[in-house]
Structures are given as C-alpha cells and as structure tokens.
Design a protein. Structure first.
Length: 179
C-alpha cells in the first residue's frame, strides 16, 4: 500500500488507487534518463529543491531519532518510487515530472531506435563519414548510426544523441553508455 502522503508528494490524489498510481508512475519513469546516472552529479542544482523529498520510513525514523513525536511516517516506500530519488540531493528527480512524449510538430515523435532520414543525413555530414570511436573513414555502405546513450537506458533518437560508427565499433559497444 502506498502511503497517502507519498501519493500527494508525487502529485497524485491520496484516494487514487495504488495500482493506478503505480501504472502512471511507471509510465512517467520509463521516459526518464536521469542525468546523474551518466554525469555522476546533478545538473539541475537549486531547481531540484523544488521537487519533492521522500520522507523517512517509520523504521528509518526510529533508527535516526531516539524519540518520535506524533509525526506519522510511512511504513515503506515502493522501490520503483525510491529509485527515482536524486543520487546527489535525495529529491525525486525533476526529469520524472517534466519528461513527456511531446513533439514540436502535430505528429507524435517516434521513440525507440528509429532515426529519421533527415537526422541521418545531418549526422553523416556533421561526422564527415568518420567513425567517432576509431577514426576510420567510412564508405556509404559502411555507415552505422550509434545512440550515444542507448535507447535501453533512456536515450533518444535526436541528432545530439546519434553518432557515426563503423560496424566493429558499433557491435563492440552493445548498451554501454558513451563508449
């Protein structure tokens, strides 16, 4: 059972059923690539302080304080919610609240591994037909497109997350970030 205080902190109504809250939370958190996972620091700085800070659980509060007043602490916090806490400040990562499947056009942006032709052409020109890992000059039939932050780790198919690689370098990487 999700404590009503936690639901409220995360922007849900306290009376909303737990299964609906978790379904919405899973949907929001799947669109997230927490920057601190790759950067090892929080790029949001003071902005993160506007995000909710999860309370201590009852057990943590009892360990931390010798006497607990009439303050109610949740018995537990679901792991899927706790996983979205900032690794630096402890607040829920702001990315969870602002990451949406939005688009600049009237058509929804395709998510996943699909890379639009225009982006492929811009990346080929930008990277000058050169593998960005080993430096090998590539022919048209040798060009491979690599997601710098893998789709499996939340990376997008936007131009800034795509680079050219040769076949060997792209296969050696698998889903390792930025290698």
């Amino acid at each position: 059972m999700i404590d009503p205080k936690i639901k409220k902190l995360l922007g849900f109504k306290p009376e909303e059923p737990d299964d609906e809250v978790m379904a919405k939370w899973r949907m929001a958190s799947t669109r997230v690539c927490k920057p601190c996972w790759e950067l090892k620091y929080c790029p949001y700085g003071p902005f993160v302080e506007q995000s909710p800070l999860l309370p201590l659980t009852r057990k943590e509060a009892e360990e931390e304080f010798s006497e607990i007043a009439d303050v109610e602490f949740p018995e537990e916090i679901p792991e899927e919610i706790a996983d979205m806490a900032c690794t630096v400040f402890g607040h829920i990562c702001p990315v969870v609240f602002v990451a949406e499947g939005f688009t600049e056009t009237s058509e929804p942006r395709r998510s996943g591994r699909y890379i639009p032709f225009q982006i492929k052409m811009r990346v080929v020109r930008r990277d000058n037909y050169t593998c960005q890992v080993c430096g090998k000059h590539l022919l048209d039939n040798e060009v491979e497109f690599d997601h710098i932050i893998p789709v499996s780790k939340g990376g997008s198919s936007e131009e800034s997350n795509i680079r050219l690689t040769c076949f060997k370098c792209n296969r050696d990487k698998n889903d390792l970030v930025g290698i």
